[in-house]
Ligand binder design. Structure first.
Ligand code: B4P
Length: 197
């Protein structure tokens, strides 16, 4: 599964909750980059300049990172990708990885919220967590990139018939309930893990 949406729509927040309930791993490209920046790894040094500017890390770097992560054994029960793919080139690359592994995407969850609410949330996070990319100018740039590049990714999955749109406004618990209803509507009960309520 994938969770996709503009910055601040609640992807990271909700991905953690859904993966706990379903008993599958979450793979967040944003978290992985931030962990590498914090650890001062070569990948982190490379990624930092893009993160700080609100730009996408180049596909060549991101694709390889996801490919390596998807080859680890803990993805065997399924996985939830958070924040990847964000470009059509990443969609093609993910298709190739999954085809080689004889796997396919079952569901793409799109979280929606209007831009003003997103900016408001991210400025709030800037005060709480001090993320280097949560300032007014960079947030607007990240939103522009979402509209320019990631909306084409959403359209691609909609054409394939595997996209479900979920309203991301409202209390965090309410949004989780909406997402879980979308998940249960897409899978037969026997496909879901025993952790599913
Ligand atoms: P991400 O880590 O994905 O950051 P994000 O888009 O801001 O989403 P995030 O998941 O953190 O925020 P959320 O919506 O949960 O990416 C960061 C950077 O990494 C990118 O800009 C890029 O540079 C790089 N990157 C990542 N993936 C890449 C890729 N595939 N290719 C290239 N580059 C890539 O939540 C935001 C805030 O809203 C939180 O403070 C939360 O508490 C709050 N919130 C959540 N739900 C709420 C609700 N219902 N009501 C009120 N507030 C809520």
């Amino acid at each position: 599964m994938l969770i996709i949406g503009p910055p601040g729509s609640g992807k990271g927040t909700q991905a953690e909750r859904i993966s706990m309930r379903l008993g599958v791993v979450t793979i967040s490209t944003g978290d992985t980059f931030r962990a590498n920046v914090k650890g001062g790894t070569p990948l982190g040094v490379e990624a930092k300049k893009y993160l700080d500017a609100g730009d996408f890390v180049p596909d060549s770097v991101t694709n390889k990172m996801v490919r390596d992560r998807l080859s680890e054994p803990d993805v065997g029960n399924g996985f939830l990708l958070d924040g990847y793919p964000r470009t059509t080139a990443q969609v093609d690359y993910l298709d190739q990885i999954l085809a080689k592994a004889n796997e396919r995407l079952d569901l793409v969850l799109q979280l929606t919220a209007d831009d003003d609410e997103l900016v408001h949330r991210l400025l709030g996070r800037a005060q709480d967590k001090g993320r280097s990319d949560d300032n007014d100018v960079v947030i607007r740039h990240r939103l522009d990139l979402y509209h320019e590049q990631t909306e084409a990714v959403v359209a691609n999955y909609a054409e394939r018939g595997i996209l479900t749109r979920v309203e991301g406004s409202g209390a965090v618990d309410e949004v989780t309930d909406r997402l879980m209803r979308a998940v249960s509507a897409s899978f037969s009960p026997t496909t879901l893990m025993p952790a599913f309520p």
